[in-house]
Design a protein around this ligand. Structure first.
Ligand code: NCD
Length: 299
């Protein structure tokens, strides 16, 4: 197992499956893993808001018997005095056995990886990648729909959505058919599209969900990443366009599974929550066993 999880590009299928298999073992008997990493510390460096990712990493290391050292609010740390990311990370690497980094700049985790020699997990670098989210997404897909012969729609902000970029790379290694659904202005970045094409991905692009709904096993919905838009008017032009509700889903496959990395804003109506389509809260829950597995393998 490699020591750093920066991107799902070139992440071999075998390594992904090792994490998913370990997560399934943990899920089957979580108590057997409690305390197995007593005394180990996870350094949390979150330079951007986070709820699920931060809390599930925290829950994961604590369930394993370890603990966290947490940079906390950036305004309350020496970052506010102008300390560089490289210096902060190098120093926390001296306090902790592994690091989790979230940062608004694309490439931040790759940069930090040059400075630290403890395991490093990229928990989101701007509009770049979010590979540990992908592991829990794949775990959830495997549980509910299977990863073989998968038809998956990925809808919303494909341009700025880092969960999408990581997921698309990884799904390619499983041979999934990927249907990308977005307004033209939020289509996949050329760099991501290039990687998918190079890897022989089976992909198609669509402006409307209705065109592909009947073909799907899974629909992965994403939030429009408002904070990444250079211009609020551009955001307003696309906001609210891709919204699904129970009525719309009733016209599609009865066993379609709907996923979302969360947080949602208004792209999934609350009436979907009570349907059998909704698996996004289970998906969020899976963050703990999957991150326990990841930490167990990296540590
Ligand atoms: C995502 C993120 O931070 O990229 N959240 C998460 O980690 N579950 C998705 C988002 O913010 O829309």
């Amino acid at each position: 197992m490699r020591q750093q999880l920066i991107s799902t590009r070139d992440l071999p299928r075998g390594e992904i499956e090792a994490v998913l298999d370990r997560a399934a073992e943990i899920d089957a008997d979580p108590g057997a893993w409690y305390g197995t990493h007593a005394g180990q510390l996870l350094g949390l460096l979150f330079y951007e808001p986070s709820t699920r990712t931060r809390l599930s990493f925290e829950a994961a290391i604590k369930r394993l018997g370890g603990d966290t050292v947490n940079l906390g609010a950036v305004e309350a740390s020496s970052v506010a005095k102008g300390e560089t990311l490289a210096d902060t990370a190098r120093m926390v690497a001296g306090y902790a056995d592994a690091l989790v980094l979230r940062h608004p700049r694309e490439g931040a985790a790759a940069m930090v990886s040059e400075f630290v020699d403890v395991p490093l997990i990229n928990a989101g670098d701007g509009a770049g990648q979010h590979p540990s989210q992908t592991l829990l997404d794949l775990y959830t897909i495997r549980e509910h729909a299977g990863l073989d012969d998968l038809d998956i729609g990925i809808m919303g902000d494909l341009k700025y959505g880092r969960t999408v970029h990581s997921l698309a790379n990884a799904l390619t290694t499983f041979g999934a058919r990927q249907y990308f659904i977005s307004p033209p202005s939020l289509a996949l970045p050329d760099s991501v599209r290039y990687d998918l094409d190079q890897a022989g991905a089976d992909v198609s692009q669509h402006a409307e969900l209705e065109a592909v709904l009947d073909d799907l096993d899974v629909l992965y919905v994403t939030r429009i990443q408002r904070e990444r838009f250079p211009d609020e008017n551009e955001y307003q032009a696309v906001a609210g366009h891709y919204r699904i509700d129970a009525d719309l889903l009733s016209t599609g496959p009865p066993d379609l599974k709907v996923m979302h990395p969360l947080p949602r804003v208004d792209e999934i109506a609350p009436d979907v929550d009570e349907t059998d389509h909704a698996i996004y809260f289970d998906q969020a829950r899976n963050g703990v066993p999957v991150r326990m597995a990841l930490l167990d393998l990296l540590l």
